[in-house]
Design a protein around this ligand. Structure first.
Ligand SMILES: [Zn+2]
Length: 263
């Protein structure tokens, strides 16, 4: 017995005993640890896409809607739709556009809010395409999110592309002459064909009047000025502007870059 006691009391055996007990306790914890509560509340995000005409912003938005199930707010589409349906708002919009005047920021903002009220209900992520377009609209949007959609976070994504790359893209752009189709192609796809036709509906393809270099460069100049004001407004409010470099990426590569960004 005294021999056994000496064994147990020796320092090394005591240490061994402690380690064994500790290990057993850890194993017990591992087995009995309650499963972590499932995260019910995922982040809901409103993405504001900024990108020059010809940057492929609309194409990316469409892909994200189709593949990831986001919703897309396009103020341009909303304007056209309201005018077509001759709603009260549509009549107001028609007045401004027929005078060649810009639609005031508060009119755009209330139109966006009306859309967001309906479309934030199911908690899906949202893309803002072509909105906000001015610093004032950006500020109104930030207040709107804070007040009415506090579950949503805003992420600002800028699609960066050089003017030269845009010119090259848009100068080669061909559009389906069938207005109901509106498919867009690039002249590079038809180098050997004299009279290219639409692969979807068979109508002849045409070049848009405003897809001329000087018109495009003027549009880009205006875009750069206005978008910088929007970017400054977001930065001032403490938002980082995330960037995707477009340059010669094709739509698939741009989509991949977006997915990587949100992963
Ligand atoms: Zn077509």
């Amino acid at each position: 017995m005294s021999c056994f006691c000496r064994h147990i009391c020796s320092l090394s055996n005591l240490l061994f005993l402690l380690i064994a007990l500790g290990t057993a306790y850890l194993v017990y914890l591992k087995i009995h640890k309650p499963a972590p509560a499932k995260q019910v509340h995922e982040d809901k995000i409103i993405f504001a896409f900024l990108g020059a005409p010809g940057s492929g912003k609309g194409t990316l938005a469409k892909q994200v809607v189709q593949e990831l199930g986001y919703k897309q707010l396009s103020t341009g589409d909303l304007c056209r739709d309201n005018i077509k349906r001759e709603t009260d708002l549509g009549k107001k919009l028609q007045e401004y556009t027929s005078k060649g005047a810009l639609v005031p920021d508060d009119v755009i903002s209330s139109m966006a809010k009306e859309w967001l009220d309906v479309n934030t209900k199911d908690g899906k992520n949202i893309i803002l395409d072509g909105y906000p377009r001015t610093a004032n609209q950006a500020e109104l949007l930030l207040n709107m999110i804070k007040t009415f959609y506090p579950d949503y976070k805003l992420r600002v994504v800028s699609l960066n592309i050089s003017d030269d790359a845009v010119v090259e893209r848009l100068c080669g752009r061909l559009m389906c002459s069938n207005k109901d189709c509106g498919a867009i192609y690039n002249i590079k796809q038809f180098v050997d064909i004299e009279h290219p036709v639409c692969a979807t509906c068979g109508s002849p393809l045409i070049k848009r009047e405003d897809d001329k270099e000087e018109v495009i460069r003027e549009r880009l100049k205006i875009y750069t000025q206005t978008s910088q004001a929007v970017i400054d407004a977001f930065k001032k409010a403490g938002f980082a502007v995330e960037e995707i470099t477009i340059e010669d990426k094709n739509p698939k590569e741009v989509f991949e870059a977006f997915k990587k960004m949100i992963a």
